[in-house]
Design a protein around this ligand. Structure first.
Ligand code: NAD
Ligand code: DAU
Length: 349
């Protein structure tokens, strides 16, 4: 793995992965980050990486659906490995306007697979990043394993499921060297403040309402993003080709419990204005249509085969994340005001 194409490297998980790969892992090659820079992609996340690793980090602003340009990047940088993060990732947006989800998540992935197939002689690995949402919703008990059948419920998860099937099919039919990982809800630094955790942290800090969908009893399994990055890298290095691995945080929590936990930690750091506790800011709002009740991942296979376990506890992970958002108000302001978008226009046209 000398020249790795990372798609979507300016998004939340992609940013953390590129930083991990170049600063902490034993990867010795170059990263070519291909990102369209949608509202969710911010190249400022990697400015220091660009400065500190000029020989090993290259950024290309490109849409993965632009097959001509992606092929050019592939040849120019002699790509031998792909780690595919690029996607439309927010469930609520997929309910309102699914079009981009179909284009990027399905058609974009198909284009990358076609390119990988055409360059099979030098392609060592196509690693596809997917989600536990493809499995649908669990009842009170049980876990998603690699054998669980797919039952996606939102346009987002249906588009991710379609892309997973295509990746698998290219392995079975054309012998493409692939691995797939399906992970649970990530949290940590650089997450766009539309997702539950950063939204609650920022609204909580600003004394704004904390909107909890439905009865707040939906359960998610929370995975600290750095743990996710170490798992991806282990799978890429040592995972069996053609196989799927589940990655979970072992931290199931009802949304309401998580939001209350955030409120209590914030109260401990900074007294709320004109309130006893930030819990008073919690507002139960209209439920998300088709809202999956419970996700829970069984990552026994990853543990058994590759010895991976998540290291971060939920409490320490949330504290670190809160501190990151407190320390990086400038990042938050620029992301929220869209200021970074004007910067993108200036830099990349
Ligand atoms: P994100 O929305 O933060 O980032 C997505 C990135 O992809 C952005 O930088 C965006 O500009 C880029 N992108 C979007 N469309 C593109 C296109 N057509 N061409 C090139 N780049 C494009 O997403 P994330 O939370 O970092 O998720 C990354 C991957 O992980 C996705 O595939 C998602 O389905 C998967 N995943 C996310 C989570 C989670 O909790 N965030 C959990 C499981 C799986
Ligand atoms: O499970 C993995 C998935 O996790 C990823 O594939 C998706 O890309 C990622 O966005 C995430 O999806 P969720 O829908 O689980 O994440 P979100 O942060 O949007 O919501 C988490 C839970 O919190 C969910 O049950 C909906 C609820 N929620 C969300 C928001 C934004 C609220 O109650 N209030 C909110 O304002």
């Amino acid at each position: 793995m000398k020249n790795m194409l990372v798609t979507g490297g300016c998004g939340f998980i992609g940013t953390n992965f590129v930083r991990y790969l170049l600063k902490e892992s034993d990867f010795k090659g170059r990263v070519i980050n291909a990102d369209k820079l949608t509202y969710a992609g911010n190249p400022e996340n990697l400015t220091d990486i660009e400065e500190n690793f000029p020989e090993r980090y290259i950024f290309e602003k490109v849409d993965i659906c632009d097959r001509e340009n992606i092929a050019r990047i592939f040849d120019e940088h002699e790509i031998d490995t792909i780690c595919h993060f690029a996607a439309e990732s927010h469930v609520d947006r997929s309910i309102v306007d699914p079009d981009a989800f179909i284009q990027t998540n399905i058609v974009g992935t198909f284009g990358l697979l076609e390119l990988a197939k055409a360059n099979q002689d030098r392609l060592e690995l196509f690693h596809h990043i997917s989600t536990d949402e493809v499995f649908g919703s669990l009842g009170k008990d049980g876990f998603f394993t690699e054998q669980t059948s797919y039952k996606p419920n939102s346009p987002y998860s249906a588009s991710k499921a379609a892309s997973d099937h295509l990746v698998r099919a290219y392995h079975k039919t054309y012998g493409l060297q692939v691995t797939i990982s399906n992970c649970s809800n990530n949290y940590g630094p650089y997450q766009f403040p539309e997702k539950l955790l950063p939204l609650m942290i920022l609204n909580g800090l600003e004394g704004k309402s904390l909107p909890v969908y439905g009865d707040g009893r939906n359960v998610r399994d929370w995975l600290f993003v750095r743990d996710h990055c170490t798992a991806i890298w282990e799978i890429m290095k040592r995972g069996k080709r053609g196989e799927t691995y589940n990655i979970g945080g072992n931290h199931e929590m009802e949304n309401i419990g998580l939001v209350e936990m955030i409120c209590d930690i914030l109260d401990g750091i900074q007294k709320p204005e004109a309130k006893e506790s930030r819990r008073e800011l919690i507002a139960f709002v209209k439920d998300r249509p088709g809202h999956d009740r419970r996700y829970a991942i069984d990552s026994t296979k990853l543990n058994r085969e590759l010895g991976w376990v998540p290291k971060e506890s939920l409490e320490t992970g949330i504290r670190k994340t809160i501190q990151w958002y407190i320390d990086n108000r400038e990042w938050v302001n620029r992301v929220r005001s869209g200021e970074y978008q004007s910067w993108i226009k200036e830099q990349y046209g």
